[in-house]
Ligand binder design. Structure first.
Ligand code: ATP
Ligand code: ZN
Ligand code: ZN
Length: 653
């Protein structure tokens, strides 16, 4: 047989050769460093037989793909360690039964049916045993068995492995991986693996044990699933563990409760959040920002109802395609009404409310519209995916000639928002149609699709915007630009969206009288750069870890008197701050000062002003800030001016 190498060279090999033989033929250095291979781009190991004519590339520690081999082998090493643990406790090996042990993102797991429940202490002991197995440098061997022999190995010992073999098609070879020889550990497995347990990194950690039904079927036995994470380097493992810790601390559901931002109530329903007073302040501030920016950019505000007749959505083309994402209709006087899942058709009707001339274009209609979407119960997540939401929506009606300026105007708006919020990690994604989806998911007009996509691509390129293109992710009426952002802890969200609609305006019969007197259909841009209040505030909670910049902070200043005799002064200060447009509270409870300061810290109030005899006497104040050094004896007016400057600039710090 022969194989080809990445440089195009052909290599003759005896039949049955493996990637290890290829590495050896290339040179002893490579053979020593080799951990795995790819065959025709597919990950494989050094132990599997190669098909004749394969394109083979040898992988070493430097190749990122080998981490998958490592994770898979670690799952086997974990299984061996679990078996050893229970055998050492005196259990017969047949009491230890095993399900599957696959590779997952960042790590691996294995499902066990054990004589007792695993504890956190067990995880430590299993981990320690795994480290021994790695240090023992056990070689792996792959072999195949005829079906009858494979079944016989597990007969009366492990019903799960038996079932796995019985479910394999007749013609696939039944393969096993053995580590450490016959008295080591052998598992039914397709691979691929690293060639030796000594090739495994010590940069792994067992994270948890959780119940998991065999084959995900709740009528089948519940197994114990042990999760582990593993990386090639110590830095990657540490970074991952740090992110997990931060993610826990920053989780917007946790912070949202602690900082009194929002709540969910069973009597109201899943995905229908309530904004608490502190959350409502943030929402108000964001809305103020959006309206200010939109006014400057020539938008006009409109307002539309939350319910509408079915026929509006039939006309828009949302029904029947979008029906499953809508709350079921209610019937009034034999007419079906729907809660609106989006604002577009309403804005189209405003455009159509009277004849339009080209002089009015571009017409930009904006609304922080409240929408309802019947999102899947399982997809709901805190504020990130909800069923009632307020969208930073607007529709821009324009001529094809105006398109590029309008489109880039929206992108400029995004970038300004990102700057304001300190969002540096984002990816713009041009989502295109797919040929196969035409007439199904997408309006059946291939030329217009190509044209519009080219228009958007051209605009982005001329604007010097970095973007990636993805197939089959467009809206049904046109291509869109979605902006994926990453929070500090690496969580990804689709925040902003900017969509070109070349289809729906025609369905609504939207027209304007062009300069030459003819009637034309406008293009429509749908845009929501600030997403929904729900998703944006959820994101910002995690992004800022609850430490909102001053302009967004629900409470900006907490005044804490040192003793009761300073209460009147504290109150007058609060009044002065409020008069200056700042959100201040005075804590006049009969608690000790330290307790009050701590409470303000827990709520992450940016400034805590402390007043005692000295401050009262001087008509001044002292403050602690979450971001600036502490200051004493500051004049009240200087403090007010300092805060107003921050708020006025919507400064990040
Ligand atoms: P997704 O793919 O996330 O469901 P979409 O493409 O259906 O979103 P659009 O109709 O474009 O969403 O809505 C505009 C923006 O509203 C989205 O970019 C997203 O940021 C936000 N959004 C959409 N659905 C929800 C939801 N269920 N909860 C919170 N925010 C949402
Ligand atoms: Zn395996
Ligand atoms: Zn729209």
């Amino acid at each position: 047989m022969f194989v080809t190498l990445p440089d195009g060279k052909r290599l003759e090999l005896p039949a049955g050769a493996t990637a290890r033989d290829v590495a050896q033929a290339i040179g002893p250095g490579l053979a020593k460093a080799a951990l795995g291979a790819t065959v025709g781009g597919q990950l494989t190991d050094l132990l599997s037989e190669l098909p004749d004519g394969a394109e083979v590339a040898i992988l070493t520690k430097k190749d990122e793909a080998v981490v998958r081999l490592m994770r898979h082998t670690l799952a086997h090493v974990m299984a061996q360690a679990v078996r050893d643990l229970f055998v050492a406790e005196g259990y017969a090996p047949e009491r230890i039964k095993m399900g599957v042990g696959p590779v997952i993102d960042n790590g691996f797991y294995y499902d066990f049916d054990l004589p007792r429940t695993l504890t956190p202490d067990d995880l430590e002991r299993i981990e320690a045993r795994m480290r021994e197995i790695i240090r023992a440098k056990l070689p792996l061997r792959r072999f195949a068995l005829p079906r009858a022999e494979a079944l016989a190995r597990f007969e009366g010992r492990d019903p799960y492995k038996l079932e796995l073999i019985q479910n394999l098609p007749e013609d696939v070879p039944i393969t096993f991986y053995e580590q450490g020889g016959a008295d080591g550990f052998t598992d039914l497995c397709r691979g691929p693996h690293v060639p030796n347990t000594g090739d495994l990194p010590q940069h792994f950690k067992l994270m948890s044990v959780a119940g998991a039904y065999w084959r995900g079927d709740e009528t089948r036995p519940m197994l114990q699933r042990v999760y582990g994470v593993a990386f090639r380097t110590k830095e990657e493992l540490e970074d991952h563990l740090w992110r997990l810790e931060e993610a826990k601390k920053r989780d917007h559901r946790k912070l949202g409760a602690e900082l009194e931002i929002f709540t969910l109530d069973d009597d109201i329903g899943p995905g229908l959040p309530l904004w608490l007073p502190r959350g409502a302040v943030i929402v108000e501030e964001i809305e103020k920002l959006a309206k200010e920016m939109e006014r400057r950019a020539g938008y006009q505000q409109v307002r539309t109802p939350h319910v509408t007749k079915e026929q509006l959505f039939t006309r828009s083309g949302h029904l029947p395609y979008y029906a499953e994402s809508m709350f079921p209709p209610m019937e009034l006087d034999n007419v079906r009404y729907y809660l609106k899942p989006m604002n577009c058709p309403f804005h189209h009707k405003i455009f159509a409310a009277r004849p339009r001339s080209y002089r009015e274009l571009p017409l930009r209609l904006a609304e922080y519209g409240t929408c309802y979407r019947y999102e899947d119960h399982g997809a709901l997540m805190g504020l990130m995916r909800v069923r009632s939401m307020q969208m930073n929506d607007a529709h821009i009606y324009c001529t094809p000639e105006q398109f590029e300026d309008e489109f880039m105007g929206v992108i400029a708006l995004y970038l300004e928002y990102f700057r304001l919020f300190g969002i540096r990690d984002y990816v713009m994604r041009l989502s295109k149609h797919s040929r196969a989806g035409l007439g199904k998911k997408y309006v059946n007009n291939p030329e217009l699709w190509e044209q519009t996509e080219a228009m958007v691509r051209g605009a982005l390129e001329r604007g010097g915007i970095n973007f990636i293109e993805v197939e089959d992710e467009a809206a049904f009426y046109g291509p869109k630009i979605d902006v994926q952002i990453y929070s500090v802890i690496g969580r990804e969200f689709t925040l902003a969206t900017n969509q070109v609609d070349f289809a729906v305006p025609a369905r609504f019969g939207l027209e304007y009288v062009a300069e030459d007197g003819s009637r034309k259909t406008p293009l429509c841009l749908h845009r929501a750069p600030l997403s929904t209040h729900e998703r944006l505030v959820g994101f910002l909670l995690e992004h800022f870890a609850g430490d909102f910049p001053l302009w967004l902070a629900p409470e900006q200043v907490r005044v804490v008197p040192i003793a009761d005799r300073h209460n009147a002064y504290a109150q007058s200060l609060k009044a002065r701050l409020a008069e200056a447009g700042l959100r201040a509270e005075a804590d006049l409870r009969g608690e000790r000062m330290n307790a009050k300061v701590r409470d303000a810290e827990l709520l992450k109030v940016p400034y805590t002003v402390i007043v005692g005899d000295k401050e009262v006497e001087a008509g001044a104040l002292s403050f602690r800030s979450r971001k600036e050094p502490e200051q004493k004896g500051v004049s009240v007016e200087a403090f007010v001016a300092h805060l107003q400057a921050h708020v006025g600039a919507r400064a990040l710090e």
